[in-house]
Every structure is written in C-alpha cells, then in structure tokens.
Design a protein around this ligand. Structure first.
Ligand code: PHE
Length: 333
C-alpha cells in the first residue's frame, strides 16, 4: 500500500469510527487513536511522509492536510452531537422548543363578584349566600308583593314543574336576590350589614343587555336611624370604588313593593344612561313580617346588576359574550 492509499484508508477508518462512537468517552478514544499527538495513526502517517521522495512530498503533503482537516472537523461535529443532552429520546427531539402553555384564569364575572365583595367588605358589609331555588314566601310574600302582582306571573318566572315545597306550594328559580334579605332578617337581629351575590333567573328575551340568567348584588343595612342619605352614600362609594371617581350615577323615583320610598339607579355610559339596579328604604311591612319593630329600626336595600357594571368596566357591549365561553373573548380579562 503506498502512502496515498494509506491516507485514504486512514480517512475511511476514522470516518467509520467517529460515526460509531455513541458518547463522549467513546469519541475521546477515537480521537486519541486517530489524531493523538504523542502516538496515533496520524502521527505514524506523518512519520511515513518524512520518508517519501522529495518530488512526491507536495502532493502527499496536500492530501495529508486534507485528510487531517476532514477527520478533525468530523470529530468536532460528532462531539457537538453526542454532548447535546438527550437530544433524542425515543425519537423525540427534546431540545426543540415546546408548545407554550396558556394559563387559565377566573371568569370575568367571577372576578367582578370577588371585587364587589372586597369593596363592600371595606364598607362593613359581610357576604352571605342564599339558595337559587326558592319558595314563594321568600321570592314574593315576605317582600310585600301582593298575590295579584304581575311579578308573580308564570310567564315572567321559571316555576319548577317537577318539585314543590313540603307543603305542596310552588318552587321557582329566584327572580331576584332580594330573597336573601328575608332569609337573613328571619335569622338575625339588627344591626345588619350584608351583601349577597348570585344568579337570578327571568324568562327575558335575550339581547345585548338582557339574559334569562344574570347576577345581582343585593345589599341590606338595618340599624337605628338608617336613612336614604346612607343608601345614596353607600351606592356612590361603591360605584366610584369599582369604576373610578369620574363615574356619574343618578337616582330616579320608582316603586318596589318591598321598599318605600324606592329609587332606580342609573349610570352614565357615553351619551346614554344605563340602569344598574333598584334600591330604597325597607318597607315597614317587610320589617314587620320578619318580626322587627319598624318604630325602632330602619334600613335600606339595593339590588344591582353585576353584568352591567362589568360591561361598563371592560367596555363589553353585549352581555351574551359573558356566557358563550368563547376563549378568544375570555382571554382578554
Ligand atoms: N329586587 C329588585 C329587582 O330585582 C331590586 C331591588 C333590590 C330594589 C332591593 C329595591 C331594593 O329589580
């Protein structure tokens, strides 16, 4: 075998050995064998080169350098490959960038409810819960709503067909959170300062501001000498705490069977007024029904639409977006 053939043989052997080396230690062995400075096959070839006739030296020297560079660079490349940590596990390249994971978060209405509770607790109102399935006593009777009042119309309420109370009277999905006023007053003596946040149900036609299920925040304060001024103050404090100092709300005279006097509360939104709820001084009949003395205690109550506030805060023009659970919408919050 002449020197050129030996160089070619060396190149082929080195290439095969580098490819076969599975890890860094094996590759280091290959490096020592083929490129080792003290001993090793390249060193032997170099010695051989010294012995060839002078006229062959340029050609052989060129080929020698070529082979040496090639083997060196193959080794470097292979080294980088075996040192990459677990580059391929079961055929999966774990060094590839992953698919980013999106965190979920609470629904905007749940966020709003949490914030309402936090604001009201700073004003001294404790949160309480009440049932969504109610009897007529808590949804109507105790709230001073007469038997023939249109609010009781089956067309305006979700009466349950499958269930009744133990005594056989109707049950319905509550149409207002005012039910919780009664439940609290039945069990508790004044002073009372509570809020109750939850779902209410009405068979309304759905549109951009109406839904057959929505959320209300009921507020109730009973004590000696509670006045309409307290009601207006609490509502203004609440509205500005949630929406900012520049929010404008107004009170319009209205009527509810369970408050006297009663108001409706509107909030300015752009160039129009958006109704946000009802309120008033708790009617003496209601106080008597729960066993309070209307001569000794007085109080106010309010019921606000949670979605109306959230729409204004988040600039959402269609209430239905809150219930469709389209993640493209929900992600914005
Ligand atoms: N329950 C009334 C409604 O749903 C709102 C309200 C609550 C009014 C408390 C007065 C006092 O429309």
């Amino acid at each position: 075998m002449d020197a050129i053939q030996q160089l070619t043989q060396y190149e082929a052997d080195a290439t095969a050995a580098i490819e076969a080396a599975a890890d860094a230690p094996a590759l280091e062995q290959v490096r020592i064998e083929f490129l080792g400075k003290k001993q090793g096959r390249l060193k032997d070839l170099q010695a051989l080169l010294g012995q060839v006739p002078v006229d062959q030296k340029p050609v052989l020297g060129k080929r020698f350098n070529e082979v040496k560079d090639k083997v060196t660079s193959l080794l470097e490349t292979r080294k980088a490959a075996v040192e990459r940590p677990a580059a391929a596990v079961d055929g999966v390249d774990v060094t590839l960038p992953g698919t980013p994971f999106r965190y979920g978060h609470r629904h905007p209405i749940s966020q709003t409810i949490d914030e309402f509770k936090a604001i009201m607790s700073r004003l001294g109102f404790d949160p309480v819960d009440g049932p969504e399935i109610e009897d007529e006593r808590h949804n109507f009777d105790a709230l001073n709503i007469p038997q023939d009042h249109p609010a009781r119309d089956p067309l305006d309420n979700f009466y349950l067909s499958a269930a009744k109370t133990a005594t056989g009277s109707p049950l319905l999905l509550r149409s207002q959170t005012s039910t919780v006023q009664i439940r609290v007053m039945e069990k508790t003596q004044p002073p009372i300062r509570i809020v109750s946040l939850g779902r209410v149900y009405r068979p309304d036609d759905m549109d951009d501001t109406h839904s057959c299920m929505f959320h209300q925040m009921e507020g109730l304060m009973i004590d000696t000498n509670v006045t309409m001024a307290d009601l207006k103050t609490v509502l203004r404090l609440f509205a500005t705490a949630y929406l900012g100092e520049d929010v404008v709300i107004r009170f319009r005279p209205s009527f509810f069977p369970f408050t006297e006097p009663s108001v409706e509360v509107d909030m300015r939104w752009g160039d129009r007024w958006l109704e946000i709820g009802g309120a008033g001084m708790v009617d003496p009949n209601v106080l008597e029904t729960v066993g309070y003395d209307p001569e000794k205690v007085s109080g106010f109550a309010f019921g606000l639409g949670v979605e109306r506030f959230a729409m204004r805060r988040f600039g959402v023009r269609d209430i239905r977006l809150f219930y469709e659970n389209d993640v493209r919408f929900l992600r914005q919050f």
